[in-house]
Design a protein around this ligand. Structure first.
Ligand code: NDP
Length: 397
């Protein structure tokens, strides 16, 4: 018997709900709660399983969360709402003594700067309470952390360089759209670039460093160095790393739109007065952009995300590349969403499974690379995200 409270009914929440519903032996009861209850109902109806109950919740209101958690009595709360809700949901979990899992680290609304420090400080409180928090269990962060942990455990004595490469070679047919929440996505990709080298963080202008990289089954794609949240935890937990970087592909059309959006102030996070009321430009922009959850229908092509690693094994230099390719069309057929939601939602459901089966259960706050990667890697192959390993190859770096 295990009960899960799933918070957030966007693209990612849709996939998590589908995957959990496919595993009745693990997830006996599922309550899907979000700000707009009709979106939860639509997901539950599309799945057609009467095991999914729904509720409305403001996940920034701790007393409301506590009430909902107490009335449902879950074993785990899975948060796939927005990063702004991480801390109130963790507070409610602490108050009710229920474990927690999310896919993105906390970021204050008024400052576009995501960092783990906000959530890591909860470690002692979670430990004292005897409950677990699993942070960043999507694809990147999430699977990329598990890939790194798996490589370090099985293929290297020491890992020295890590390049996480994230390619979306899909085409949704729209001039401009983001693949997950537009507000969070635009805040992330317009930040200054940053990477880790020889014990220090090196900052770059946004998209200043780029190069073509070859993605398996896809070919060469221009890839841009950006800062991504898993770098922070990975360099902490793998102290042998001398260099760690994150690369993401962007098309010219996407970058041109992004530049215009920034130049005209539409990416702003400070409120402005409009017709006597305060509006936040980026939140207004989200309202007029395509909903990422609806992109799936005409989305063609693949995503390819993986880790390219150099290090030492038995005194010799070694290179290694582990990746997953995921089809937008197949993701849509199975869940009605595109591959970016799919590649995030499947690992969140697997992480929840790891916790409920006692495989990833320890008191405190943890990033996924601190857990045993093996059972998670096994489930990726079974649940729609198979991975491929390549050894001793040219990593292009
Ligand atoms: P969406 O915007 O599609 O969905 C977010 C959902 O959260 C919506 O249903 C929204 O409600 C709900 N929500 C927002 N605010 C509140 C609130 N105060 N109380 C209750 N519910 C709320 O986002 P995605 O599904 O694309 O992304 C979900 C999360 O996944 C994000 O945190 C994102 O950063 C993360 N992510 C992680 C990735 C990874 O690989 N690790 C990759 C991609 C995304 P409403 O419908 O009313 O707006």
């Amino acid at each position: 018997m295990s009960k899960v409270l799933l918070i957030g009914a966007g693209g990612v929440g849709t996939v998590v709900a589908h995957k959990m519903a496919q595993m009745p032996e693990v997830f006996t009861e599922i309550l899907l709660a979000s700000r707009t209850r009709s979106k939860c109902d639509a997901i539950a109806n599309a799945i057609g399983s009467d095991r999914i109950k729904t509720a409305a919740i403001d996940a920034e209101n701790v007393p409301e969360l506590v009430k909902l958690i107490k009335s449902f009595g879950p074993d785990l709360v899975v948060n796939v709402a927005l990063p702004y809700q991480d801390l109130p949901i963790m507070d409610a979990c602490l108050e009710t003594g229920v474990s927690y899992l999310d896919t993105a680290n906390y970021e204050p609304k008024e400052e576009a700067k995501f960092e783990y420090k906000w959530q890591w400080v909860y470690h002692d409180k979670f430990k004292e309470k005897g409950i677990t928090a699993i942070l960043g269990c999507g694809f990147d962060p999430g699977v990329t952390n598990v890939f790194t942990a798996y490589a370090a455990k099985h293929h290297f004595d020491e890992i020295h360089t890590l390049d996480i490469v994230d390619c979306n070679a899909g085409d949704h047919g729209k001039p401009f759209a983001t693949n997950f929440n537009p507000e969070i996505n635009i805040r992330e990709v317009t930040q200054r670039g940053k990477y880790f080298e020889n014990g220090q963080w090196v900052e770059t202008n946004p998209h200043e460093i780029h190069r073509p990289l070859n993605y398996p089954g896809i070919g060469p794609k221009e890839s841009y160095l950006i800062y991504h949240e898993e770098l922070e935890s990975l360099v902490k937990h793998f102290p042998t790393l001398k260099k760690a970087r994150f690369w993401m592909t962007f098309g010219q059309e996407y970058l041109t739109h992004l530049r215009v959006i920034q130049n005209i102030g539409m990416a702003g996070i400070e409120p402005v007065m409009y017709n006597g009321m305060e509006i936040v430009p980026i939140q207004f922009l989200k309202a007029v952009l395509p909903n990422p959850g609806d992109l799936g229908e005409n989305y063609k092509g693949w995503t390819s995300i993986g880790c390219r690693i150099k290090g030492i094994k038995n005194g010799k230099e070694k290179t290694y590349y582990v990746y997953n390719n995921c089809s937008h069309e197949e993701s849509y057929k199975e869940t009605g969403t595109q591959a970016v939601s799919y590649t995030t939602g499947v690992p969140a459901a697997i992480g929840a499974m790891m916790y409920l089966q006692g495989l990833w259960k320890k008191p405190g706050v943890f990033n996924v690379e601190q857990m045993n990667p093996d059972p998670f890697m096994e489930q990726l192959n079974k649940r729609g995200l198979p991975w491929v390993e390549l050894h001793d190859l040219d990593l292009e770096f």
